[in-house]
Design a binder for this molecule. Sequence first.
Ligand code: ADP
Length: 297
Amino acid sequence: MADNKVEQSCGGNCNSCTISSCDANEQRPGESAEDYANRQLLTRRMLAMKHKIVVLSGKGGVGKSTIAVNLAVSLSLAGKKVGLLDIDIHGPSIPTMLHLEGARAQASGKSILPVEMGAMKVMSLGFLLENKDSAIIWRGPMKMGVIEQLLRDVEWGELDYLIIDSPPGTGDEPLSIVQLIGEMDGAVMVTTPQDVAAADVKKSLDFCRQLNLPVLGIVENMSGFICPECGKETAIFQGNNGETMAEEAGVPFLGKIPIDPAVGSSCDAGTPFIYHYSKTETAKRVEKIVQKILERE
Ligand code: ADP
């Protein structure tokens, strides 16, 4: 898609645009007028976002959504305009983690308005489903279609950061997001210390390599336990998976986040941990990771 030069000078009006390097400038051979208009709209939406980061993990349950939520909230608290997109179609957990289970996205003309949480804009399929407990069978092309709508039809407006929480693994959803967004900052990979997680991280790293998606770094979550009384850190799981993987793959290691009961309870209660427990060592570790991401600017 567009390069940075285009991003800086895009006025959002494709019809009068003279930037020859922009892919949305011309209708492709065989492309219908409707598909072309949709592609232009998607390009405009993406150009209005300065940074796009996808949060990935090799397997489920490692804390990927938790990291995505806290990353987004922390960036928002740092004064950035942030959008958080949950593309977990089978089990969207972002609405629960932000206590937005009852929220519904509203339509505005042909667009969908994201749910606003303070200054942060949030979008999840959970906001569009009538019954969140119903099982929908999504086939590959349908997934791509719905993810495209969540990017293109949502009134994201101008954003500093779009943080995308993708389902675990290397399936249709992360593939669709990379194909639809085109050029993006890259992926934050979440893993846990155990060696069994290593094989999955390798697959995810290979996925990024095949798609030319930069890896912004690896986060090792659930890494040890810090005693709230004495501050002593104890390893719960053996292994040093995140740091070792980062070293082997030559990608940055962003940091370790301990197991903290407050992280679990704040997720369940829908109260972002980084906001409500900002004084804790765990929150400071999350902030250090956010700082490394901000330093890229
Ligand atoms: P994933 O998105 O990888 O499937 P989640 O973010 O949904 O994982 O996290 C799975 C569970 O682990 C949630 O109940 C969450 O609250 C909990 N959790 C995540 N990170 C931590 C942590 N550092 N300390 C304690 N609990 C955590």
